[in-house]
Design a protein around this ligand. Structure first.
Ligand SMILES: Nc1ncnc2c1ncn2[C@@H]1O[C@H](COP(=O)(O)OP(=O)(O)OP(=O)(O)O)[C@@H](O)[C@H]1O
Length: 231
């Protein structure tokens, strides 16, 4: 589905990704773990096209897409929920959801019922401004807005950051549903180990711009995974 092959990424002279390879598959949750500043967000931005890569390639459904602009990748089905959510504070919940229409053909420009089934709070708050929602509600809105695009793959950057436990559970349930029922590919960048551990099918640990450890749920050695995270 979506693959990074030996990806390098620079900010000026500083190298943030060094030969990173990873694969995200349909119906699977791929977790990217690691401390602050190791390159997790940079990897997502490389996948979405928000930051150009300086080496390697990105392959989506068999085609190299590293030269495509972010909106072209969105049109192909790559959705991104950034860290900090980037909800438009002065737009209503409904208007925020409608911004997800941008890559869609006219006939598809409606909010799928699934969004409200997963996050009923959004239906109750359609006329509220995004900026008036709690952090957890904003996170649900940001995921809902991404789902409006009918993506094939959803990239989530620390969706649990600063969010209360009951909403973390709702988000976990939504991610599981999208994997199991909608057969979506999910890439989950997470610092909250237990959340990733509960949901993940594959795990990659990053350190200083490289993937230093990876494993699947079936061949997982939890001790080795935790040790890699403690580097
Ligand atoms: N726009 C930028 N310009 C210059 N350097 C940057 C920029 N964004 C990130 N970096 C640097 O690139 C490295 C990787 O950062 P990145 O945000 O990808 O890490 P991260 O693992 O996502 O961290 P966090 O968990 O704090 O979000 C860091 O050293 C960071 O300071």
């Amino acid at each position: 589905m979506l693959e990074a092959r030996s990806v390098n990424l620079h900010y000026g002279a500083a190298q943030a990704l060094r030969g990173v390879s990873m694969v995200a598959e349909a119906g699977k949750i791929t977790c990217i773990l690691g401390r602050n500043g190791v390159g997790k967000t940079s990897l997502l931005r490389a996948l979405t096209g928000h930051q150009p890569i300086s080496g390697g390639s990105i392959v989506f459904d068999g085609q190299e897409i590293e030269r495509l602009r972010p909106y072209e990748r969105a049109r192909r089905g790559i959705a991104y929920v950034p860290q900090g959510r980037d909800v438009f504070p002065l737009l209503t919940v409904e208007e925020n959801l409608h911004t997800g229409y941008a890559p869609l053909k006219r006939a598809q420009r409606y909010v799928p019922e699934e969004v409200f089934d997963l996050f009923p709070v959004l239906a109750d708050m359609m006329r509220r401004r995004g900026g008036d929602l709690s952090g957890g509600q904003q996170q649900q809105l940001a995921i809902g807005r991404a789902l409006v695009m009918r993506p094939k793959i959803l990239l989530l950057d620390e969706p649990t950051e600063g969010i209360q436990p009951s909403i973390i559970k709702d988000i976990g349930r939504a991610i599981t549903y999208l994997r199991d029922t909608a057969k979506m590919a999910i890439v989950l960048v997470e610092q909250y180990f237990d959340f990733a551990h509960e949901l993940g099918d594959r795990f990659a640990v990053m350190d200083r711009g490289s993937v230093v450890f990876s494993c699947g749920r079936d061949d997982m050695d939890e001790g080795a995974l935790r040790r890699a995270l403690a580097i």
